[in-house]
Design a binder for this molecule. Structure first.
Ligand SMILES: [Zn+2]
Length: 474
């Protein structure tokens, strides 16, 4: 609907209005607001924030608004707070404090929400959430899966073992008692039957499921059961093979023998049999079942380059507790043990993974930006790695606006929070990042943070520095 021109001044409200007698908690004026959905910039906007919510957004009017705190954002760019859709808090109670100290690092990089993809520190996470809510701790909002579901003798400590339907129901009961936000499946030892059974059982309860997948099942089977997201690209790539059925059958046949074939043994065959027509069918299938994809390109690159990269002088390393750095040993050792052929293959794999990104985007697959940052995942630093992921998504072929969507509105939609999060507008959470330069012009401008707003509270650059210096180790 078009408004007659004479009404326009009334619509350009700034913050005047119903509550104008009461001061706002925060008014941000003259900001260039990045609309991540349209990929457009709305110039010279004023945001009025009360009790952690954006109450009004409109063209700046020049009328001063009563506010406890104001930010003049002239010439700067405001984006919704970033969502890292794949992180981990883990390593056992002895690492709980070290994990908690990762929280300000997310904030300092503009990450205001993270999705914890499974670990063994669930009680600590719930405690941090209460402390953050009470303003006693600075850190991003956390969605968590709680413990992962896996098979017997799982790789990750704290995982819930599911083999039988009864065990699946008991595990889901315990997750629901914990009030986790979704269910994370892992595939170190889980059977294909238990994996698909767990998806169906979770679906019946209305729970969101995401996961790795055993190579004994196909992506289509998992999507048909209701898997809501596939983590990493190993499973999408397998579904792009024109030999998926025979590869899956060979993996199945090998189970229970002395030489079971796992994901990494099957990958070269998967890679060689990539077929672009099959890939297009797979993307359509993912769209049809609304299964999202979390590509995690950055960690794949870091791990591929691990054998040839000296991380000793990484500036972020000083902020990672030595106890967490010690958890890197496993990945470092396996990287050092790699043959030259394996290294070369991992590089090819990374290039193939990147090539899938613009294809999935064009097909309409929902992409979520996730870093896989956390203990054990060597040199994948909290916050910084999400910015690295977004840069790789752009290098792979997404526009900066498309990449930003993967780390804002797509994340909020996935967690069913889009009514109050993921974009900048009235009624939305006041989770914002103020940037010096336009991220739509260059995604690397995400590094140029002037302030982060979380739950309506302002953290200016100096405050963010103070928070991160406090967790720096000597
Ligand atoms: Zn992970």
């Amino acid at each position: 609907m078009k408004f007659p021109a004479f009404l326009l001044p009334l619509l350009l409200v700034g913050c005047a209005g119903r509550h104008s007698a009461q001061p706002y908690d925060l008014v941000i004026s003259h900001a260039n607001v990045v609309d991540v959905e349209s990929g457009q910039v709305r110039a010279d906007q004023t945001l009025c924030i009360r009790q952690g919510r954006i109450e009004r957004v409109g063209k700046s009017t020049g009328q001063p608004n009563a506010a406890t705190q104001t930010i003049d954002a002239q010439g700067r760019y405001l984006i919704p707070g970033l969502w890292d859709m794949h992180v981990h808090f883990r390593g056992g109670d002895s690492l709980a404090t070290a994990n908690r100290n990762l929280l300000p690092l997310y904030l300092a990089h503009g990450v205001t929400t993270v999705r914890d993809a499974g670990g063994d520190l669930t009680p600590s996470i719930f405690q941090w959430r209460r402390q953050m809510q009470a303003g006693q701790l600075a850190g991003p909002r956390i969605y968590t899966s709680g413990p992962k579901l896996d098979g017997p003798n799982p790789t990750w400590a704290g995982s819930l073992v599911v083999e039988t339907p009864a065990q699946i129901e008991r595990a889901l009961d315990s997750l629901q008692r914990l009030r986790v936000d979704y269910v994370k499946l892992y595939e170190s030892t889980i059977s294909g039957q238990a994996f698909l059974g767990a998806i169906s059982a979770a679906e019946k309860r209305g729970l969101t499921t995401t996961g790795h997948m055993p190579y004994t099942v196909t992506l289509r089977e998992a999507a048909e059961r209701g898997l809501d997201a596939t983590e990493h690209l190993y499973y999408v790539l397998k579904a792009c093979s024109n030999r998926e059925d025979s590869i899956t059958a060979a993996v199945q046949r090998s189970q229970g023998t002395s030489k079971p074939v796992g994901l990494f043994a099957a990958l070269p065959a998967v890679y060689r049999t990539y077929d672009s027509a099959v890939a297009q069918r797979t993307y359509r299938m993912l769209v049809q079942h609304r299964t999202a994809v979390v590509p995690t390109l950055h960690i794949q690159q870091v791990l591929t380059e691990l054998p040839t990269t000296d991380h000793a002088r990484d500036t972020m390393l000083a902020y990672i507790a030595p106890s967490i750095q010690r958890t890197y040993a496993r990945r470092i050792a396996s990287a050092r043990a790699q043959s030259a052929a394996t290294r070369a293959f991992n590089q090819q794999l990374g290039a193939r993974f990147r090539s899938l990104i613009p294809q999935m985007q064009a097909a309409g697959v929902t992409l979520l930006a996730g870093s896989d940052s956390g203990p054990f995942n060597s040199y994948v630093y909290p916050g910084a790695s999400l910015l690295g992921e977004l840069e790789l998504l752009v290098q792979a072929g997404l526009s900066p606006a498309q990449a930003l969507r993967c780390a804002t509105i797509n994340g909020a939609r996935f967690m069913k929070a889009e009514q109050h999060a993921g974009t900048i507008g009235p009624g939305k959470d006041a989770d914002l990042v103020l940037l010096e330069q336009n991220p739509l012009a260059d995604i690397r401008n995400l590094h140029r943070i002037q302030a982060v707003v979380l739950r309506g509270q302002v953290y200016r650059a100096a405050e963010l520095r103070r928070l991160t210096e406090a967790v720096k180790h000597p």
